[in-house]
Design a protein around this ligand. Structure first.
Ligand SMILES: CC(C)(COP(=O)(O)OP(=O)(O)OC[C@H]1O[C@@H](n2cnc3c(N)ncnc32)[C@H](O)[C@@H]1OP(=O)(O)O)[C@@H](O)C(=O)NCCC(=O)NCCS
Length: 153
């Protein structure tokens, strides 16, 4: 892992982030969501929605975590802008998210990933997530997904 901290600040989600986050999602995750989804998802666990912003306060990456199952955290969306990858922002977001999940008493973390997304699957394996299920036709374009999970000791 890079020793230097990446040049970003981690902060909570703000409604003004939506256009920037939507652009990252469209490019990185190939999905489009209603803009109202982000504020509503952040409401239940605001600390689970981490935004990495540049010195101008512009979001360059984010991790949106929710808890829909008792004592479980779920990574619903996670992406870094393509011009800001491989400088440690993903590591910062995931390690902070896992710390916050433990602090909240969650025992398990789960996520879904496209079966073709080798970069993300490798990234998650580094964080001790392993494949627990195959989700047939999970994505809107019909691609299969893996569900991955890890315990939070
Ligand atoms: C997965 C993703 C969030 C990682 O973010 P990132 O900011 O590039 O990650 P980091 O810079 O913190 O890198 C983390 C580790 O992964 C490695 N890594 C990241 N991208 C890599 C790549 N394309 N090839 C090889 N290694 C890579 C880094 O070298 C680093 O390793 P280290 O911890 O041993 O130093 C980013 O690639 C991304 O946004 N991808 C598109 C969206 C996506 O797939 N999201 C997940 C959907 S489920």
């Amino acid at each position: 892992m890079p020793e230097d901290r990446p040049p970003v600040t981690l902060r909570g989600f703000r409604p003004s982030d939506v256009p920037f986050i939507s652009a990252i999602v469209a490019d990185a995750l190939l999905e489009h969501y209603d803009p109202g989804l982000y504020p509503s998802l952040s409401a239940e666990w605001p600390d689970g929605f981490l935004v990495a912003s540049d010195p101008d306060e512009v979001p360059v990456g984010f991790l949106l975590g929710v808890s829909q199952v008792d004592r479980e955290a779920r990574v619903l969306m996670f992406a870094v802008d393509r011009h800001h990858r491989e400088i440690g922002i993903g590591n910062l977001l995931m390690s902070t998210f896992l710390d916050r999940s433990r602090a909240r008493g969650f025992r398990r973390a789960t996520l879904e990933v496209r079966v073709s997304n080798a970069t993300a699957i490798r990234f998650y394996a580094r964080y001790q997530y392993s494949v627990v299920d195959l989700l047939k036709g999970y994505y809107s374009d019909g691609e299969n997904g893996y569900q991955m999970a890890r315990s939070l000791p």
